[in-house]
Design a binder for this molecule. Sequence first.
Ligand code: HMG
Ligand code: MG
Length: 299
Amino acid sequence: MAFPNHVRLVEVGPRDGLQNEPEPIDTQTKLALIDRLGAAGLTHIEAASFVSPKWVPQMADHREVMQGLTRRNGVTYSALTPNLKGLEAALECGVDEVAVFGAASEAFSQKNINCSVSESLERFAPVLERAREANVRVRGYVSCVLGCPYEGEIAPAKVAEVSKALYEMGCYEVSLGDTIGTGTPLKAKRMIEAVARDIPMTQLAAHFHDTYGQALANLYAVMEEGIAVVDSSVAGLGGCPYAKGASGNVASEDVVYLLDGLGIESGIDLNALAATGTWITQTIGRPNRSKVGVALAAK
Ligand code: HMG
Ligand code: MG
């Protein structure tokens, strides 16, 4: 299989990138971040998460963020909605698209959303039904596709089974999450091959965290298989509150640099994106985990 000509980035920095920050980040900073990402050419920005504020305090201002957005033409602003309560609130705020999030690991599902994998699928069914009525597309996440912090190895067949359930339920795209970044390229390829037996490659996305420094190599491997949607986070911000030690997503700047080098279009202005990474990390007092971002800032 050859590389795709175009790769769409789904920028998850404002959600995945910030959800685990211990200190409150004010809503205006989040809004400024989202705006700068849109200005840099990102067409899909995961802006907020309509989850319980007791579980994830950093996302408690989801309404203010979603309602405070300065919308840009051609940009989709999405949010996580784990249940009907979250979906209704997101719809009230005019969300463009939502996402449900499940897992290929029973233990992670319990820790993250307080139910088993099969219970989560039962919970998602009415979310999809209601979203369909409201004409809002639903993305499905599967966590722990290349390893689980509690169970260790995860069989590709289990990832394929949960992905298929989400797809058949109506998720237009299934994003495959290496939540703890333990995957390596061959493993990532085999996992994608297993999932793509049931779901067209065009409906799959790669969501790789970079804990072990493998995310770019893994992306290269799965793009070679035909994956053309990549989730990433500016400056490599982030981590999951229910996966101890997991670090941020692959940095958006690093992905764009890789794509540019491979001659794959993304429509993103690397310099504007890198400047955004420098600005947000300075503003929230975090290290910039994008190697490309750091290199460009030093020029
Ligand atoms: P629960 O306790 O089982 O749910 O939590 P519940 O229905 O019994 O409700 C308990 C309380 O939460 C009630 O409030 C509800 O009103 C409230 P109380 O009566 O105690 O005051 N509640 C809500 N509040 C706001 N918005 C809602 C909502 N639902 C219930 N939507 C629940 C179940 C799913 C809500 C909880 O477990 C939760 O919020 N989990 C969030 C987990 C999370 O956000 N994790 C991080 C995102 S996933 C991720 O990062 C992975 C990903 O990036 C891919 C990858 O990397 O692998 C996507
Ligand atoms: Mg994630």
